[in-house]
Ligand binder design. Structure first.
Ligand code: SAM
Length: 482
């Protein structure tokens, strides 16, 4: 047994990529696999896998009958006669750098004729050229540096992960502090957020921000307006506090459908300034969620969307943990605790009026230990909601925990732009000096936002990755005071 004579290879971390340029497919393998190939001792499942990728000798069939499938983050700009694609050798913290590859007339025609179900021969027939002509074009799109198409034995039953991102070196580490190793989250929010108008497009996109325009998944409503349903009755004499308001769009949209006095609390001077430009009918106050700037029993309704993870998570030995484990009956473990969000709940219990109601949301799980995210420039940690429920009980609040999509009755069959297509569209806009907001674009809203067509862009159900974080990771916790 030996490798196919066309296979090329390059090192990738501790492994070696074997790449078949005749099919545009490859695999990263360990040294043991290379040795097993040399000794003809490959276990059958691995042998089948390598054969299916054309990596072993005599495993490539007649390519005229292979189906041409496009990689998901690759798109053409027909008006400019170029492909716009990730650069596999330039993975960055926020995704790949992108580059363009010029297209001949025939190249563009081939690209536009690909449907992900047509074979090389189908495309050749459609364009009245030979299979050899089509394969010659495809050869430029199946190398290590331009991974734009794959040749597969049959049409896809599902999009497999190898179509979502090129085979490339791992993303570089962001090089920032980890939880508890230096970043002061209060200082980060007070000083490091410098552009309120783009922060949530470029640095930490939230669900509320991605759905700040009317969306079919929210039955044609905006996220902020749809949140009114979690608040129960709201009357004009009530005070509604929103804590951690980001762009202010949620305040804009929620305050347009409820009639209470609306107060925004945030730590970031830049975000408070920006919010005031978006929702001038609300009042902004600089303040900390863990020491709310309100008198006891003075707030009738409180909303806080996606800020719990911004509050400090601490190790078991941190000050304030042991006594709370005892008070709230939380079993000890050796992982982090979401102490900042516990303190926030204590504050919520303090400031709510009798019969007051609060609703908070964040990414996390019911009972798994907090996990730190790796893609942000500050250390955010998932929330263990069972602990928050225990704290709520301990401070006299009645807690109801449900997945976020249930609170908002999200239509999960609605679509938004897929994450690879979003990355391509955003990279193209950036390259041309345009700022594309991080919204859950549908085909029609994207057409309005893009300056020129990109072919193809994929749209997927909102349960799959797109510009926004995944709905399935988020929970909403209703807190009612007796
Ligand atoms: C991830 S953003 C969420 C923004 C908005 N609620 C949304 O869903 O798009 C977190 C927000 O909380 C604010 N924030 C972070 N820590 C805070 C704290 N300790 N007290 C008050 N606001 C805080 C940030 O400045 C930012 O506005």
């Amino acid at each position: 047994m030996s490798l196919h004579q066309q296979v090329i290879s390059w090192p990738l971390a501790e492994r070696t990529v074997l790449w078949q340029p005749l099919l545009g497919r490859g695999l990263a393998v360990h040294d043991e696999t290379l040795q097993a190939i040399a000794k003809s001792e490959l276990p059958p499942p691995l042998r089948r896998r390598l054969s299916s990728l054309g990596l072993l000798k005599d495993t490539i069939q007649d390519r005229a009958y292979a189906v041409i499938v496009r990689m998901r983050g690759v798109t053409a700009l027909p008006q400019r006669h170029c492909l716009w694609h990730p650069l596999p050798n330039q993975p960055g913290p926020g995704g790949f750098a992108y580059g363009r590859t010029e297209l001949t007339e025939l190249g563009l025609a081939v690209w536009l004729a690909i449907t992900d179900t047509k074979t090389v021969s189908d495309v050749a027939d459609k364009l009245t050229v030979s299979c050899g002509d089509v394969l010659q074009i495809l050869a430029e799109w199946m190398g290590p540096n331009v991974q734009a198409v794959q040749l597969r034995p049959a049409p896809l039953k599902r999009v497999d992960p190898t179509l979502l991102a090129p085979l490339s070196p791992p993303r570089p580490d962001l090089g920032r502090d980890r939880v508890g190793t230096g970043t002061d989250l209060l200082a980060y929010h007070q000083d490091a957020i410098t552009d309120g108008s783009t922060h949530f497009d470029d640095r930490e996109t939230t669900i509320a921000h991605s759905y700040a325009e009317p969306h079919p998944a929210l039955h044609g409503e905006r996220y902020g307006a749809r949140l009114a349903r979690v608040l129960g009755d709201v009357t004009p004499d009530m005070v509604l506090a929103e804590v951690g308001c980001g762009t202010g769009e949620l305040a804009r949209d929620l305050s347009s459908v409820v009639s209470a006095v609306y107060v925004r609390v945030d730590l970031s001077p830049e975000l408070l300034r920006h919010q005031a430009t978006v929702c001038s009918a609300t009042h902004g106050v600089m303040g900390d969620a863990t020491a709310l700037p309100f008198a006891d029993g003075s707030i009738d309704r409180l909303i806080s969307n996606e800020i719990l993870a911004d509050l400090a998570a601490v190790p078991p030995e941190a000050l304030g943990v042991a006594e709370r484990l005892d008070t709230y009956g939380i079993a000890a473990w050796q992982h982090l605790y979401n102490l900042g969000s516990w303190r926030f709940l204590e504050e919520i219990a303090r400031v709510l009026t009798p019969n007051g109601r609060a609703w908070v949301s964040e990414f996390g799980t019911v009972d798994a230990p907090p996990q730190e995210t790796t893609h942000l420039d500050h250390p955010e940690v998932s929330i263990t909601f069972a602990h928050l429920e225990a704290v709520a009980r301990g401070v006299g609040l009645v807690a109801t925990l449900k997945p976020l999509h249930e609170w908002l009755e999200v239509d999960r069959s609605a679509v938004h732009i897929s994450r690879p297509s979003w990355q391509a569209a955003r990279a193209w806009s950036r390259a041309n000096g345009h700022h594309l907001q991080a919204r859950a674009y549908t085909p029609s809203t994207l057409a309005d936002a893009l300056a020129e067509p990109m072919v193809p862009l994929h749209f997927v159900p909102v349960t799959e990755p797109g510009p926004s974080p995944l709905w399935s990771r988020f929970w909403g916790l209703l807190l009612e005071k007796a």
